[in-house]
Design a protein around this ligand. Structure first.
Ligand SMILES: Nc1nc(C(F)(F)F)ncc1COP(=O)(O)OP(=O)(O)O
Ligand SMILES: [Mg+2]
Length: 221
C-alpha cells in the first residue's frame, strides 16, 4: 500500500476510464467535459480493435495527462507500465494477465497501483503484493471489454466485505447512474465507467449524474 486508503477511497468515487476507441467525440473534449462533470480519477486505457500504439499512443496519453493535471485529477495508465513510468503517470492499473503486482510495485515506487481481481485468492495476493485498490467486475453485462469474464453482480463484492477485506474497491462493468447505488450500498468505494460517460451525448452531464448518485448513497450510508 503506497497511498493512504482514505484518500484512495475518495479518488475511486467516479473513476472514468477511456481510450480513443471508446469515444465518438474527440477524446480530449470528452475528458475535459467528464472532469467538469465531477469525475474523481481518470485511467487511460488504449486497448482493443483500432487502438493507438507507439508514438501516437504516447502523444494522446500526454495530452490527456496534461488535461488531468490542470484539474488535479490523478492520471492512471492501464497495462502499459513502461509508458506510465516514461511520462511519470500518477499510477497504473494491471490485470491478472499483466505483469505481477510486486514486480510493478518495484517499478513505480509509491505511485497508485490498481489490480483487477476475480477471486478471494487474487484479492489476497494483490493486497500482499502492495495494491492500493482492487477492481472487481463485470458487475453488470458490458459490451466494452470483449474478453470480460462472467457477470458477477454484487456476489464477489459482498464476499470481500463479509471477509472483512477493507482495501479500497471499485466496481466496473456496465455501470450507469441508474444502477450504481446498489454497488455502493454493498460496500464499493466507487464506480468505474467507460461507455456511460464516453458514449454519452453530454459526458459532463453523465459524469455529474454518476457523481450525484454515488455521493447521495454515501451521505445516507
Ligand atoms: N482497465 C481496468 N480498470 C479497472 C478498474 F479497476 F480500474 F476499474 N478494472 C478493470 C480493467 C480492465 O483492464 P483490462 O486491461 O481491459 O483487462 P485485464 O483486467 O484483463 O487486464
Ligand atoms: Mg490489463
Amino acid at each position: 500500500m503506497a497511498v493512504n486508503p482514505q484518500a484512495m477511497r475518495s479518488l475511486l468515487k467516479v473513476y472514468f476510464i477511456m481510450g480513443s476507441t471508446n469515444c465518438c467525440q474527440n477524446p480530449e473534449n470528452v475528458l475535459q467535459a467528464a472532469i467538469k462533470g465531477g469525475i474523481t480519477l481518470f485511467q487511460f486505457r488504449e486497448k482493443g480493435a483500432g487502438c493507438l500504439y507507439g508514438k501516437e499512443k504516447e502523444s494522446l496519453a500526454k495530452k490527456l495527462q496534461a488535461i488531468c493535471k490542470q484539474s488535479n485529477i490523478p492520471f492512471i495508465v492501464n497495462d502499459d507500465i513502461e509508458l506510465a513510468v516514461k511520462i511519470n503517470a500518477d499510477g497504473v492499473h494491471i490485470g491478472q494477465d499483466d505483469e505481477a503486482a510486486d514486480v510493478v510495485r518495484r517499478k513505480i515506487g509509491s505511485k497508485i497501483l490498481g489490480v483487477s481481481v476475480h477471486s478471494m485468492q487474487e484479492a489476497e495476493t494483490a493486497i500482499r503484493q502492495g495494491a492500493d485498490y482492487i477492481g472487481i467486475g463485470p458487475i453488470y453485462p458490458t459490451s466494452t471489454k470483449a474478453d470480460a469474464k462472467a457477470v458477477q453482480g454484487l456476489t464477489f463484492l459482498t464476499e470481500l466485505r463479509s471477509a472483512d477485506i477493507q482495501i479500497p474497491v471499485v466496481g466496473i462493468g456496465g455501470i450507469t447512474s441508474e444502477n450504481a447505488s446498489p454497488l455502493i450500498e454493498a460496500g464499493a468505494d466507487g464506480v468505474s465507467v467507460i461507455s456511460a460517460i464516453s458514449q454519452a451525448d453530454s459526458p459532463e452531464k453523465a459524469a455529474a449524474k454518476l457523481y450525484d448518485a454515488v455521493n447521495r448513497i454515501m451521505r445516507n450510508a
